[in-house]
Design a protein around this ligand. Sequence first.
Ligand code: MN
Length: 197
Amino acid sequence: MSLASYRKKRDFRGTSEPEGGSSSDPGGHRFVIQEHDASSHHYDFRLEVDGVLKSWAVPKGPSTAPSDKRLAVPTEDHPLDYIDFEGVIPEGEYGAGPVIVWDAGTWEDLKTDDDGNPVPLSEQLADGHATFRLHGEKISGGYALIRTDGGDDGDERWLLIKMDDDEADARQKPTRTEPKSVKSGRTIDEVREQDGQ
Ligand code: MN
């Protein structure tokens, strides 16, 4: 059911994005950050939770500085197959423009309950305040995703914030200094030129 919105927005005869199967591994802990140059340029931050990719569009991308609060607008759940999608969504299709796998890796829970048991990320997200540790090639360490309003309509807004830990570093600007895909080594402009029609 969770993927109905994803499928409704897309015509799979026109886009090479995956339709997504029904089978899934509910236990996976992967994440991906896809750079997407659609009508507005952004980074799609996706966490594997309960067999789907929970997704946010982050206009400025992730920061390594704890003082930065990056706007993260929730988008529809994406199928797990989307985790390595890279290519050009054709003109006229939903989200038209090039996409690269900007970073990828795994996450682990950081929040525990009073008995020291990890709180499932799905519960943390439902509560509007999730903390987790990322193990990516470019991005690592603790991050928080915090909902900033009630979210009872389509205007839900979240913030993606680097936690102040050993991996925090205000001087790094990975979205600027490390522009290449971790999947193909290509920049988003190279993907646009090579994969576009
Ligand atoms: Mn996008």
